[in-house]
Structure formats: C-alpha cells, structure tokens
Design a binder for this molecule. Structure first.
Ligand SMILES: Cc1cc2nc3c(=O)[nH]c(=O)nc-3n(C[C@H](O)[C@H](O)[C@H](O)COP(=O)(O)OP(=O)(O)OC[C@H]3O[C@@H](n4cnc5c(N)ncnc54)[C@H](O)[C@@H]3O)c2cc1C
Length: 406
C-alpha cells in the first residue's frame, strides 16, 4: 500500500520499476488497440469485446495493474502511488488504456476494502480486479434522491436471509450489471440508523430492470424493482444500521472519481479541445488567431479554468499523503468539475452553430452529432453523484462549519 514516503521518493529510484512496467506493457499491449475504450466503463453497456481486447483485459487483470494500488492479497497490483503514477505515464506513452473499470473500481471496491469482512473481500474484490463482474448502485428511489435517507426499500429479517421489497431508480447500467450494492431499510422507526448496506445478486428471482430513455437518446440507466427477493444474511456489509455511514463513505469515492480525480476528465477531452473546434468552425485571421475577440477571450478563460482545475486535482492528490481517502472537499471538486464540463459543452455547441444542433441525418458528421449528445448528456453532470445544490450544502456544513440557519 502507498505510504507518504512514496510520494517524496526521488524519481530516479523508480527507474527500475519504469523499466519493468515498460517491458511488460510492450509485451502485453497490442498497439492495434490504441484508441479503443474500456468496455467495463461504457455507459451504453458492454460493447462486444474483441479477442484482442479480452486478452488485454485478462493480462491486466492477472497482473492487478487495473487497480494498481489495491492490496495483492485480493489480486490488486500492490504498487505505491508513485509507482502507479509511473505505470500511468508508461501507459499514456504507448496509448494503452485501462481495461478494468466501472462502479466496482470507482466506488464499491474501495468501500468494501474498508468495511467488508475478510470473507466478503475474498468473494468480491478479485472479480472487480479482473474486470469480470459488473456492479450497479442501488441508492436512489422515486422519493429518495437528494434526501437519500428517506429511502423505503425494505429488507425484512427472515432468520437466515432478508426478504427485499421496493423500487430503486436511475440505476446506471442496471440492465447489464451482475450485482448491486444497495442501501435498504432494516428498521422503519429510525431514519438514518435504520439503513443497511446490502449486496444483491441481479440474477436473483424477483429483480426486474426497466431501462429509462434520456434526452440524449441513450438508455444508460433503469428503474429497478425488487419483489420478494431473497438475500443471504452474509451479504450485509458492516452491521445492520451502519448503512448510512458506509453509504456516504462510498459517495465520497464516487464524487472523487466523477470530479476527474481518477483521470476521467482528461480522457473526455482527448483530441477535441475547444480551441481546436473553434479554429475549425470559426476560422482564423491573418495572424492565425480566432477572428472573434469575444469568443477568444471566453475560450481562454475556459482553458485557464480547466488547467487550473487539473493542477488543483493533482495537488490535492499529492497532499492526501496520509492516505485517508477522499474527504468532504471532494464536493468542491465535483461542483467545479461539473461546471467546467458543462461550460465546455456549451462553448462547443455555440461555436458549431447549426452544426451543433443535429440529432441525426446526413447533414451532420459523426463528431458533430457526438458534440450535441455530449451537450445534452452534460445536463446530468450537476445532478448525478449528488446535485450541485446538495454539494453546496455539504461544503457549507462540513467544510465551512456553518449551521443550518446561517
Ligand atoms: C445520469 C445519472 C445517473 C445516475 N446514476 C445513479 C445510480 O447508478 N444509482 C443511483 O442510486 N442513483 C443514480 N442517479 C440518481 C442521482 O443520484 C439523483 O438524481 C440525485 O441524487 C438527485 O436526486 P433526484 O433526482 O431525486 O432530485 P431531487 O432530490 O428531487 O432534487 C431536485 C432539485 O432540488 C434540489 N434540492 C433538493 N433538495 C435540496 C436541498 N435540501 N437544498 C437545496 N436544493 C435541493 C436538487 O439540487 C435538484 O436541483 C443518477 C442520476 C443521473 C442523472
């Protein structure tokens, strides 16, 4: 596991590791896979994996390098954070991508490592490390979104198992998931202390998913119904009634990943920056600059925000030397990241004019249609993982220490 000393280690002491990583990546990453993506993270479901992609996923899974800092006893890479950064650099150098991902990596795995029993870690972490098991998040309900603790899905104690009844909504990837980490009510008399954290097999009898179609045209998430679903007692994580503590810890991991803390923002920007799009659609003056001075200023402001944000994320990661994991400050990052993502989409669509307003048809290129859908999808960024208003509440209370009436 990472230690504070790792971060201070001089770069040249990592030279041996760099050589090892470089040799292994060159032997295992097929250059023909450059530009492909990780099927585990795709919001539109698992794409058909080619034999070469499967081989790469299996190689990374065996090595544990898809989750490089997770402990080796559960199949993780066991690398220090400094080594993991070197690995990331070496992968970027040859255009290799991480084939392991999804909610298991982003949020469930780190939470189970902290709160799960030894038996649960042995049962669930290796499948995540090897990219073989897809997890979904069963938190939100029709009457429990921002006010999550109002959730009503009930797990009734039946001796050796729970009988689960209720409805979840906005379950991302629910229709493709193997398993669900869910917040359920085990005690109706107490709001927060009556919540438990339960692992539910999506193949269980009584689980039904219905995909919801979005403004962007995709159906990446579902309404999920539980009707008399039998869940073994061994699937309870932590104690009965500890679900609120465990569930909110998981949300910190989620917000950390969504803010770009795990590099997702950088991936989203690859190859289509706002200045590149502006030059293409608005043209340049004799000096090679964008002719529209106002647009130029706004693009520069956006670029500065984006770079400052990327540097701040990097600094925050370096400062988290105690390895205590994400804190309430991830709410600040989530909000800033969401604003920058939405600003970028707005700018792109504005710059492209009519070409940025296509839904389908021959008059638009694939990239143009993608920009329109990215803009529409971007509306969700300030909602999922906890809305911006709720993050502001978290910042006010937990970071600034303000009271409810202030
Ligand atoms: C793309 C996407 C994917 C998602 N994936 C999942 C998933 O996989 N699993 C899952 O469990 N959930 C998922 N969600 C649900 C998401 O977490 C909720 O949508 C979110 O928590 C907001 O809840 P809500 O939609 O019920 O809105 P509401 O809670 O009804 O809020 C409506 C509006 O009121 C504001 N508001 C509410 N309460 C307050 C308050 N106290 N103070 C100030 N403003 C307030 C909100 O900020 C928002 O603007 C997803 C949502 C989206 C959009």
């Amino acid at each position: 596991m990472a230690t504070a000393a790792d971060l201070d280690r001089p770069a040249d002491s990592l030279d041996d590791f760099r050589k090892e990583a470089r040799a292994w990546l060159e032997a295992n990453f097929d250059p023909a896979l450059k530009g492909h993506d990780n099927a585990m993270s795709a919001v539109d479901g698992p794409t058909a994996e080619t034999p070469a992609q499967k081989k790469w996923r299996e190689a990374m899974g065996d090595k544990g390098w898809g989750v490089p800092t997770w402990p080796t006893e559960y199949g993780g890479g066991g690398l220090s954070r400094a080594e993991a950064r070197v690995l990331q650099e070496e992968m970027a150098r040859i255009g290799a991508w991480n084939p392991i991902g999804g909610m298991g990596v982003m949020m469930f795995g780190p939470t189970l490592l902290e709160y799960g029993s030894e038996e649960q870690k042995q049962a669930h972490i290796p499948g995540i490390v090897r990219g073989e098991v897809r997890w979904c998040q069963g938190y939100s309900e029709p009457g429990a979104g921002s006010d999550l603790a109002s959730l009503q899905t009930f797990a009734e104690d039946k001796g050796d198992h729970y009988l689960v009844n209720g409805q979840k909504t906005w379950t991302s990837g629910g229709q493709w998931a193997d398993k669900c980490f869910a917040l359920v009510r085990t005690d109706k008399s107490q709001k927060h202390a009556g919540i438990s954290f339960l692992l539910i097999d999506m193949e269980s009898e009584g689980v039904e998913t219905r995909p919801i179609r979005l403004i962007s045209g995709a159906s990446p998430f579902c309404e999920t119904f539980f009707t008399n679903v039998k869940v073994p007692k061994g699937n309870l994580v932590g104690r009965e009634g500890q679900g609120w503590e465990i569930g909110t810890r998981l949300l910190q991991h989620e917000r950390n990943s969504l803010s770009g803390g795990s590099g997702s923002a950088a991936r989203m920007n690859a190859g289509n920056t706002v200045p590149e799009i502006a030059k293409k659609y608005r043209g340049t003056d004799a000096e090679g600059r964008l002719a529209d001075a106002d647009l130029r200023t706004r693009i520069i402001r956006h670029e500065m925000d984006q770079r400052a944000f990327a540097l701040t994320l990097r600094r925050a990661a370096l400062e988290a030397k105690g390895n205590a994991g994400p804190s309430a400050a991830t709410s600040v990052m989530k909000n800033v990241g969401a604003r920058i993502t939405q600003d970028r989409a707005e700018l792109n669509v504005e710059i492209m004019g009519m070409q940025g307003l296509g839904w389908e048809g021959e008059g638009f290129s694939r990239e143009e249609l993608e920009q329109t859908r990215t803009w529409l999808w971007g509306k969700a960024v300030s909602i999922y993982g906890g809305s911006s208003e709720i993050q502001n509440n978290v910042i006010a209370k937990r970071i600034l220490g303000m009271l409810d009436h202030q």
